[in-house]
Ligand binder design. Structure first.
Ligand SMILES: *Cc1c(COP(=O)(O)O)cnc(C)c1O
Length: 356
């Protein structure tokens, strides 16, 4: 049976990425050796890193004066590495979910944190908008897509101080103006690659200002100077990321994929709003294009488990909501085909016919 993969992360990758990575694991670049057993300093792998970095910059239209680096440790390490490198004394954070809360907790190890607004009192079901960013902070941190709750900031904000964004789950989902950001980071396992690699985009002039001694491995400058090769990079995830970037370019890049992402999300949100058995969980104007959260409507709560079983019998996998929210979450990342969304909508309609 065809499987439709709605997992939130690690999550669906283009078939192209999987096929090309398998080939390289068997015989990398005609070397007769596996990608897993070759020196990261071989000219063949250095070429992979160079191409991945260049294509990353090309697809996001990253201006001069920025570096792109690939690291280990996940987005979670960035919660600490970022303030370590950027916070002199004070930073502002917008609290829009569990990941934002974790970022705030780590930042407090390095100075004063101003939480400008939080939607915690409403289970993070909207993005706060009435807040002021203090102008004396070193940076303002946002989480553009709240993977667990299904809200998203799809505009590039203007805040008057350096803007930093965790884009783990919506990087490459839309065109954006990178010049509005000082740093963008994320784990790659949502929209780009298998787990194991983290990307960081940094405006170079942000670095070297804290006066603090930073351990070598945690210093962004180390990895910029050594072009992500200070130590052994996660070679297989980097190789896979390059394949996804090539695939994305062949789809027409971020502008083309955004159109498809909007179409996919609208298909599903329209059904959630139409079908009397289901309802959405977040403010409509803040709905994410990447993680679509919904629950059983009032009176149908008892059918939640049934629906998950019904869906999995139709090959619809990974729809269970996060353990902190319950309900359902359909992740509709770049690589998820439109047919998969249609299959989910059909299942919701069939379920309605049987049960409502
Ligand atoms: C998944 C996720 C993280 C955590 O990423 P790890 O790579 O597991 O550390 C952080 N932020 C957001 C928005 C995420 O979706």
């Amino acid at each position: 049976m065809k499987k439709h993969n709605f997992y939130a992360g690690p999550s669906i990758l283009p078939q192209f990425t999987i096929d090309e990575t398998i080939k390289a694991i068997k015989d990398f670049a005609g070397t007769g050796l596996s990608l897993m057993e070759i020196s990261h300093r071989s000219k063949e792998f250095v070429a992979v890193m160079d191409e991945a970095t260049a294509l990353f910059k090309e697809l996001l239209n990253i201006p001069e004066g920025y570096s792109v680096i690939f690291l280990g440790g996940g987005a979670s390490l960035q919660f600490a590495m970022l303030p370590y490198n950027l916070m002199k004394s004070k930073a502002a954070y917008l609290n829009t979910g569990e990941w934002a809360s974790k970022a705030i907790k780590e930042a407090k190890n390095f100075g004063e944190v101003v939480e400008v607004a939080s939607s915690k009192e409403k289970t993070f079901n909207y993005i706060p908008k009435d807040y002021k960013v203090p102008q004396d902070v070193d940076y303002f941190h946002i989480t553009t897509n709240n993977t667990i709750y299904g809200t998203e900031i799809r505009k590039d904000l203007e805040v008057g101080v350096p803007l930093v964004a965790d884009m783990s789950s919506d990087i490459f989902s839309r065109p954006m103006d990178v010049s509005k950001y000082a740093v963008i980071y994320g784990g790659a396992q949502k929209n780009l690659a298998p787990a194991g690699v983290t990307f960081v985009i940094i405006r170079n002039d942000m670095l070297g200002k804290t006066g603090r001694t930073i351990p070598t491995m945690l210093n962004y400058q180390t990895h910029i100077d050594k072009e992500s090769m200070f130590n052994t990079p996660p070679v297989v995830p980097v190789y896979a990321a390059l394949q996804t970037l090539k695939w994305l370019k062949a789809q027409g890049g971020v502008a083309a994929i955004e159109k498809i992402n909007i179409r996919k999300a609208n298909l599903l949100y329209d059904e959630i709003d139409r079908n009397p058995m289901f309802k959405g969980t977040v403010a409509k104007e803040d709905r994410s294009l990447m993680n679509i959260c919904f629950v059983m409507n009032q009176g149908f709560e008892a059918h939640e488990k049934d629906f998950l079983t019904f869906a999995s019998e139709r090959g619809l996998i990974g729809l269970k909501g996060h353990r902190s929210t319950g309900g359902f979450r359909a992740s509709t990342y770049n690589a998820l085909p439109e047919e998969s969304v249609k299959a989910l909508v059909n299942a919701m309609q069939e379920f309605e016919k049987i049960k409502a």
